[in-house]
Design a protein around this ligand. Structure first.
Ligand code: NAD
Ligand code: ZN
Ligand code: ZN
Length: 342
C-alpha cells in the first residue's frame, strides 16, 4: 500500500511529498500511525548542508518530533499495546555505552541516529520506531500539543536543568530567540525558578509573544540590548544567557550581557561561536553547549504538560501543506511551533 511522506530527495532542493511503501516493523520495531509531527529549525540547517558535509541517507523522510498511535508491533515487542498514544524520544543511541547506560542517549559515544535525522522520520502517515524504549506514552494529552515536547521542550529543559542551581531569587536570565525552543524555555524558567526573564528577538510581534509566554522584559535583539540588560541588573549583567539562535552576533550579545561568574549556554545551531578569552569576557564565565536531552527528562515533561506547567503554542498544517509550513518557518511566520497533522 502506498502512503505519503515528506522526503528530502536532492541536496539543496526543497523536500518533496512522495508516495512510499507503507513500512513494516521488523523484529523489535514498532509501527506508528503518525498523529502529529513538529517542524524544527534544525531541518533548515540540514537543508543548508552542501553535498560534502551532508551526513544522512537520501531520500530521507523529515520529522524528529513525532507523535503517533501504535499501529503494529514487530516480533518480540512488549511494553506497549496497539492503540497506545505515544511520542517518540528522538535520540536513538546504542543503548550500551556509558552515556546510554546513564540515560544520555543524546550523547551516545557511538553516535546516535534520529528519526528525520538519519532514519525516516515523522513527516509521513506512518513511521518505524527502532525500540520500545524510545516510546513515551502520553495518555489523554493532545498529540498535536505533545509532539514537540520531544525536542522544542526537551532541549531547553535539559539546558535549564544544567544551570538550575544558579537561578535563585534575584537573578536575571536572558533568552535569545523566542521561537520554537525559546518560547518553551521562557515558560520553563518561570515554572522552575524565580529568575527574572529577559527575552531577545526581532520585531514587535515576536517580542509581544515572548511577553505572553512569561518574559518579564522583551528587547529587540541588537547590540544595545546588552546595555539595557546591564542597566536592569544594576551594572552586574545577567546570571545566565541561553542562546537559541547561535550565530556570531548572538554569541557576541551573550558575552556582552552576561555578568562576572555567569553562564552562557549555546543551544542554537546557527554556525556561530561564542568567542571567550580571559581578558575579552567577564571573569569566571562558564560557556557550554547543550544537545537535546535525556529520555527520563521527556517523561518529566509529559507529566508537566499534563499538569499544565508547560504548553506548546502550535500552528498546524496538513501533510499536503508541509512545504508551506517550512516556508513559514523560514520567513519567521510561526508563533511557537509548526506542527504537521497527517
Ligand atoms: P525557530 O525558528 O522556531 O526560532 C528561532 C527564533 O529566533 C525566532 O523567533 C527568530 O525570530 C529568532 N531570531 C532569529 N535571529 C535572531 C537574532 N539575531 N536575535 C534574536 N532572535 C533571533 O527555531 P527553533 O526550532 O527554536 O531552533 C532554534 C535553534 O536551535 C536552531 O538553530 C536549531 O537548529 C537549534 N536546535 C538545537 C538543538 C540542540 O539540541 N542544541 C535542538 C533543536 C534545535
Ligand atoms: Zn530539532
Ligand atoms: Zn550509546
Amino acid at each position: 500500500m502506498d502512503v505519503k511522506a515528506l522526503q528530502y530527495v536532492r541536496i539543496g532542493a526543497k523536500p518533496e511529498l512522495r508516495e512510499v511503501d507503507k513500512p513494516s516493523p521488523g523484529a523489535g520495531e514498532i509501527l506508528l500511525k503518525i498523529t502529529a509531527s513538529g517542524l524544527c529549525h534544525s531541518d533548515e540547517v540540514v537543508m543548508s548542508y552542501p553535498e560534502d558535509v551532508y551526513p544522512y541517507p537520501l531520500p530521507m523522510t523529515f520529522g524528529h518530533e513525532p507523535a503517533g498511535v501504535v499501529a503494529e508491533l514487530g516480533e518480540g515487542v512488549t511494553g506497549v499495546d496497539v492503540g497506545d498514544s505515544v511520542i517518540v524520544y528522538g535520540c536513538w543511541g546504542c543503548g550500551v555505552c556509558a552515556m546510554c547506560a546513564d540515560g544520555s542517549e543524546n550523547l551516545c559515544l557511538r553516535g546516535m541516529v534520529s528519526p528525520g535525522l538519519g532514519r525516516d522520520g515523522a513527516m509521513a502517515e506512518y513511521m518505524i520506531v527502532d525500540d520500545v524504549r524510545h516510546l513515551v506514552p502520553i495518555g489523554d494529552l493532545d498529540p498535536v500539543r505533545a509532539a514537540s515536547l520531544t525536542d522544542a521542550a526537551l532541549t531547553p529543559y535539559q539546558a535549564i536543568k544544567k544551570v538550575l542551581p544558579r537561578l535563585v531569587g534575584g537573578t536575571t536570565t536572558v533568552v535569545i530567540g523566542a521561537g520554537g525552543l525559546g518560547h518553551v524555555a521562557i515558560q520553563l524558567l518561570r515554572t522552575l525558578t524565580p529568575t527574572r526573564v529577559v527575552a531577545l528577538d526581532l520585531g514587535d510581534e515576536k517580542l509581544a509573544f515572548a511577553r505572553e509566554m512569561g518574559a518579564h522584559e522583551a528587547l529587540e535583539s541588537k547590540p544595545e540590548a546588552a546595555d539595557r540588560i546591564r542597566e536592569l541588573t544594576g551594572g552586574r549583567g545577567a546570571d545566565v544567557v541561553f542562546d537559541f539562535v547561535g550565530i556570531d552576533p548572538t554569541g557576541d550579545l551573550a558575552l556582552k550581557s552576561v555578568g562576572v561568574g555567569g553562564a552562557v549556554v549555546l543551544v542554537g545551531a546557527g554556525g556561530g561561536t561564542v568567542k571567550v578569552g580571559l581578558m575579552s569576557a567577564p571573569f569566571d564565565v562558564q560557556v557550554s553547549t547543550s544537545l537535546w536531552g535525556r529520555r527520563k527528562e521527556l517523561l518529566e515533561l509529559v507529566e508537566m504538560a499534563k499538569r499544565g506547567d508547560v504548553s506548546i503554542e502550535t500552528k498546524t498544517y496538513p501533510l499536503d501543506d508541509a512545504l508551506r509550513a517550512y516556508d513559514d518557518l523560514h520567513e519567521g511566520r510561526v508563533r511557537g511551533r509548526g506542527v504537521i497533522v497527517p
